[in-house]
Design a protein around this ligand. Structure first.
Ligand code: ZN
Length: 455
């Protein structure tokens, strides 16, 4: 299956699908995985007869047995060498046998995830994404050979090869390297004059701000947010700038997990992936996904536990778009964004990232009486302690800090935890290519100071 097949299937296949059809295709995919693909990777060559028999793995387990998880016997050292060479040369062409390229995912802590994809897998990925997201006008333009090609700008940290695969006379690709100063990124995007703009959420937000400020004159008809969780606030900003609602592609390095439909709802990419749910709460609304990718052939992704927390809607409902694939209400970011506070009863209390984000947004809005509304922030936490960096200056900073302290006291009281010590550290401007992660667990424990210093 190439880009065109994937494109057509994801564009028009959806109308043919019923929940039963999805199930049938999933079952066929699982059969194919068990019978044809697993035997080719040493780790899985035990003659498994059902998915449930296969042990769940995480990033660590895959890195420890890298050669065992792919069908080419490429080991981790080989893959990392190729990745580093590509990173240095900014040339992401095939570096390993079989047209295989190496990707690195920037984990929020610890070592990065490493993954291998071949050119066929890349083409299918791009075909699926474009098939699902391309606006009608671009679609018409695509099939009318007398018209100019559809211009697509991809702003990404690395690995343009993924997208060059689908480049054709009807598609004009511009790859904007995010490892550059923002002014350079902005000018590259201006030159590309894209019909379709694809970038991480934080970059889209910056570009939207530049457009609003009159520094960037582009008019994309499709805007796609990838690689990061799209904040509702950033989504509004983007819509205000270009008049289109950004579409989300929830893409882990491990595969294409979910994608927005025309109604702006995030659907799991069923049946391309099988997502098992490891529930985190009694209400069964939040879960850690265990993913089996049925499309991958080079590096097998089988019962792989991700770091993310996904939230489903309160009631099961059918989306008006007709796609029966499960709806995800929110991707709550990496698991280490879940903040653990000390419980009043001596245990620990998990606070989900969107709760913390909401508390911070409210605190900044209230304390700054408007001044803090646009203020950005980052937070590191270790047990009993949070360290906050606020993007604010001068006198409003003091009231913002007071507001943030009060917000954590209130949050702790609400969830039945002991209020953490709140400290402040100077704001550090993130580099343009950095993944937007506002809440992280500190890699090393933050040294506690009595009295809680503020800088
Ligand atoms: Zn839908």
């Amino acid at each position: 299956m190439g880009a065109l097949t994937a494109f057509a299937r994801s564009r028009w296949g959806v109308r043919l699908r019923s929940a039963r059809a999805i199930e049938r295709r999933r079952d066929r995919g699982i059969r194919r995985l068990l019978d044809d693909r697993l035997p080719r990777a040493p780790r899985y060559a035990h003659g498994y007869t059902a998915l449930a028999e296969i042990p769940v793995v995480d990033k660590r387990a895959v890195l420890d047995d890298f050669a065992g998880c792919n069908v080419l016997g490429i080991d981790l050292a080989q893959a990392l060498d190729a990745a580093r060479a590509a990173e240095r040369s900014r040339d992401f062409g095939a570096l390993l046998p079989g047209g295989v390229t190496v990707g690195l995912s920037s984990g929020t802590s610890g070592s990065p995830g490493v993954f291998l994809v071949d050119s066929g897998e890349r083409a299918e990925w791009a075909g699926t994404v474009l098939g699902r997201l391309l606006d009608r006008r671009s679609l018409r333009q695509l099939v009318q050979p007398w018209r100019p090609p559809v211009r697509i700008a991809f702003c990404l940290r690395a690995n343009s090869t993924l997208y060059e695969t689908v480049a054709s006379r009807r598609l004009d690709f511009a790859f904007v390297d995010l490892v550059a100063a923002f002014a350079e990124v902005r000018d590259d995007v201006a030159r590309a004059a894209p019909d379709v703009l694809v970038a991480p959420a934080s970059i889209l937000a910056e570009l939207a701000r530049a457009t609003r400020a009159g520094e960037l004159a582009i008019a994309p008809r499709t805007v796609v947010s990838v690689a990061e969780v799209l904040d509702p606030r950033d989504s509004e900003l983007i819509e205000a700038a270009w008049g289109v609602r950004p579409r989300r592609v929830y893409q882990a390095t491990e595969g294409l997990l979910a994608i927005d439909c025309a109604h702006g709802r995030l659907h799991l990419n069923e049946p391309g992936v099988v997502v098992e749910r490891e529930w985190l709460d009694e209400e069964r609304r939040r879960f850690t996904p265990i993913v089996t990718d049925l499309e991958r052939r080079t590096q097998l992704v089988v019962r792989y536990r991700l770091d993310d927390v996904l939230r489903v809607a309160e009631r099961e409902e059918r989306c008006p778009c007709g796609d029966p694939a499960a709806l995800i209400e929110q991707v709550e970011g990496r698991a280490d964004e879940v903040v653990t506070l000390e419980g009043a009863d001596g245990g620990s209390v998990r606070v989900f990232p969107d709760t913390v984000r909401r508390a911070m947004a409210l605190a900044l809005a209230e304390a700054g009486a408007g001044a803090g509304q646009g203020a950005d922030w980052r937070m590191h936490w270790s047990p009993g302690l949070v360290e906050v960096r606020l993007q604010a200056e001068g006198s409003c900073r003091v009231s913002l800090e007071l507001g943030v302290r009060a917000a954590f006291d209130e949050l702790a009281a609400t969830v039945g935890a002991t209020a953490p010590e709140v400290r402040f550290a100077p704001w550090a401007e993130p580099s343009p290519g950095d993944k937007l992660v506002r809440i992280r667990r500190a890699d090393a424990p933050i040294a506690s100071r009595t009295g809680g210093g503020s800088s």
